[in-house]
Structures are given as C-alpha cells and as structure tokens.
Design a protein around this ligand. Structure first.
Ligand SMILES: [Zn+2]
Length: 444
C-alpha cells in the first residue's frame, strides 16, 4: 500500500514538474476584460489560480454536505438504538411472561410497545402481559389485533380461545377453535380443544370430521384418534337408536367397539343391539373380546342379559366361558360364585370366592362368603365374622370423574356432573381423592 502511494506521489510530482517546465518554456500573456475590469497575467499563474479555485470549491461542497446530512444521521442512529432497545424489551418481556413475572412483563410490554411502535410485533407480549395481570379486556383487544394479520392470526385465535375457555364461554371458544383449526395448524392442543368443544356441544358428526382431519395433519397420536372415534361413534349410535334407526345404531356401535376394544359400555351396547338383531354368537364374541383386554362388571351384566331365562345351572356353565377368557379378573369369579350359590354348587362357589378374595377383597365378596356359610353349613357365627369385615372392607370400584371427583352410576362419554368429556375412570376411589368431610358438607 505504502509503496503504491509513494509511487503515485512520485508520478504526480514528476507530472507537475514536467508541466511547469513545459509552461516555463512557453511563456504567454492572458488579458481578461470584464465589466470595465482588466486583468493581465501569465498563463501558468491563471492555471494555478483556476486549480486553487476548484480545490476550494470541492472542500466547501464537502463541508456543506456533511452539515446538511448530520441531523438525518443522528436521527437514524437514534431510531436504530430505539429499535434495539425495543427488541431487548420484547424478548425480556416474553421471558418474564414465561416465568410468570407479572410486574416485569407488564413494564417491559409497555416499553416494547412504545419503542417499537408496531403492534403486530408486540401484540403477543402485550396480550400475555395483560392476561397475566388479569386485564382480560386489554388482552382480548390485543389478541383481536393479532387475528387481523395472517402471520399472527393463529396465535391470536389460540389466545382468544384460551380466554374464552377460562371464562366458560363455550360458544365463543368453539368459534375461535374452529377458525384457528381452519388455518391448517397441526397443533395437538388445538385439535383436542376443538374436538372437546364440538363433543360438549353434542356436534358428534363435526367432531368426527375433526378427527379425520387431525389424522391427515398428524395432529394427534393414532391411538388417541381411535379412542375419540369410539366416543363419537358410541354417541351417534345412541342418537340413532333414539331416532328409531336400529340398523345405524348397531353398525355405529360395532364401529365404536372396533375403534376401542377397552370400553366396556361400548361393548355392552354393541352386544345388546346384536342380541336384539338375533345375532347371538356375535353378541357373545363382542363381550369376550373386551373382557380379555379390560374386564368389567358391565360386561358380566351384558353377558347375563343374553340369556335372561336360563336356569342357575345353565348360568354357571355359560359364565364359565366368559371367566375362562380372562381368569385374572376378580369380577368374573365374583359373578361365577354368585351363580354357583344360586345353583347350590357350594364347592365351586367357595373356590371362586377365595380366588376373588385373593385378587381384590371387597365388601361384596365378604357378603357372598357370609351367605355361603349360612346356606351351606347354617353357620351363623362364621357368617357374622364375614359380615363384621364388611365395614372395614375397601370401597367397591366405581365410576369417578377425574375432573370433578364425583361418582357416576354408569359410564358416559361426558361426566354427568360437570360435563367434562372422557373424564370417567373405573376404580377404587382412594381417601386422598375424596373431598374432605367439611367441604362435602358445605357443598351438600
Ligand atoms: Zn365431572
């Protein structure tokens, strides 16, 4: 670099010297007349004067343009710094929202809003900060603003959906969920929300369409989709039977059973409708297939309903077929013991009661054991000993709602107490899950 500059300088000096020598060798005079003025000078002096004038003009021009551009440069630097501070406030604010720091989130949201002056960018933060501080009206306003922009519409609708769900406005929630789903999102929570809202509104056909779309978008795991499908087909079967269409009721019940083999109420329904249609063998097969994977007393009840007029001995024989399909199920042994008691098959009754007692002791089993002592040996003392154990026996399994904790007599796709979809579970309610006596009294 240095060498090149030195070389250029040398060339320039040489050129100047050559030009000076050239002009010195060729002297001449110049006379300028202008407005009564007269200037006499030599050509080299005129050239030097011209050159000096040009250099001065160039310097002046440069100075002037610097002065003129200064405010603009100052403003753009200031804008840049504002933007950077705005983005910092935005990201810090979102971090504050994530950890639930309400105060800091609100402060940073205001800052970002002021510094960035672009509501599309700050909408999410300001909406979430407003939500955190409980200002739902402001949050809703901000989220609605986001809905108008295609890039943030999904985020806005999901936020509005959350707000609507929180205040229990299911109609508005369903509307937001539907609009958000229409944008083509593959979000699992959105698919589940829309399905739940449609199901709660009794729109089972629409709910099933949501599941079909969720399968295409891979929004939900396949087994989850099949389970939800069983719920919709079950409900549609109930509706068809109510509408006086037994053929559709049966085909929907069978579809529901195929979708989820573990639902006892679904299998019981399919079996009952098959029995009514005269398809005895299939009615029994449906119950056995569910009994093998998820034994349940409702299946025993449905099994007994297939032959209501049979003798006690016939009943024992037929029940044995079901029990054999899943010998680990205590409910099968209890049912068989009860049938054996009725048929006065004491030994068989005792066998099955002892098996059931080992698998899952319960009040019902103790009562049957007491009955056995009375009926077989007329042993009242032994019977009383079993009856004494009933009081402290573990609670019988029953349907309970996972959402509200209330018990339910029968399985249903939605909790009869609180309306939550698919919340009923079968089992022994533990003490920890029961409401405290004080609370129960308050509610009562
Ligand atoms: Zn409930």
């Amino acid at each position: 670099m240095m060498a090149r500059r030195l070389f250029l300088f040398a060339v320039l000096v040489a050129a100047l010297v050559a030009a000076s020598v050239w002009f010195a060798d060729r002297p001449g005079l110049v006379t300028v007349h202008w407005q009564g003025w007269r200037v006499d000078t030599s050509v080299p002096v005129l050239l030097v004067a011209l050159l000096t004038f040009m250099v001065v003009m160039a310097l002046l021009w440069r100075l002037l343009s610097t002065v003129v551009a200064a405010p603009g440069r100052f403003l753009s630097r200031r804008r840049e710094s504002r933007r950077q501070r705005g983005y910092a406030a935005l990201s810090d604010g979102l971090a504050a929202v994530a950890v639930g720091d309400r105060r800091r989130a609100g402060k940073l949201a205001k800052q970002a809003d002021k510094l960035l002056a672009d509501t599309a960018l700050t909408g999410l933060l300001t909406a979430q900060a407003a939500e955190l501080s409980g200002d739902e009206a402001e949050a809703e306003k901000r989220l609605s603003g986001m809905v108008e922009r295609p890039q943030t519409a999904l985020l806005g609708l999901k936020g509005l959906l959350t707000l609507a769900k929180r205040r229990g406005d299911t109609a508005a929630a369903l509307d937001y969920a539907r609009r958000a789903w229409a944008l083509g999102s593959p979000a699992a929570d959105l698919a589940a929300d829309l399905f739940d809202l449609q199901a709660r509104a009794g729109q089972w056909v629409e709910a099933e369409a949501t599941l079909d779309e969720a399968r295409k978008r891979r929004a939900l795991p396949p087994e989850d989709i099949r389970h939800r499908q069983a719920l919709t087909q079950f409900e549609r079967s109930v509706q068809a039977e109510r509408d006086g269409d037994p053929a559709s009721a049966l085909s929907l019940a069978l579809k529901a059973h195929q979708s989820d083999l573990t639902l006892a109420a679904v299998a019981a329904r399919a079996s009952r409708l098959l029995h009514r249609a005269g398809k005895e063998r299939k009615a029994a097969a449906v119950l056995v297939s569910t009994w093998q994977v998820a034994a349940h007393p409702a299946l025993v009840e449905a099994w007994l309903a297939l032959a209501p007029a049979e003798t006690p001995l016939q009943r024992v024989k037929r029940l044995e077929k079901l029990v054999k399909a899943n010998p680990d199920a205590p409910d099968g042994h209890v049912a068989l013991a009860e049938a054996a008691l009725a048929a006065k098959l004491w030994g068989e009754a005792r066998n099955h009661l002892e098996l059931a007692c080992r698998q899952r002791p319960s009040a019902a089993i103790f009562i049957l054991l007491a009955r056995l002592e009375r009926e077989e040996h007329q042993n009242e003392a032994a019977a009383q000993a079993w009856m004494a154990k009933v009081v402290t026996a573990p609670a019988e399994p029953a349907w309970h709602c996972a959402a509200c904790g209330k018990p339910a007599d029968l399985w249903a796709s939605t909790c009869p107490a609180c309306g939550t979809l698919d919340s009923l579970w079968w089992g022994q309610q533990t003490q920890a899950l029961l409401p405290a006596p004080g609370q129960a009294a308050e509610k009562g």
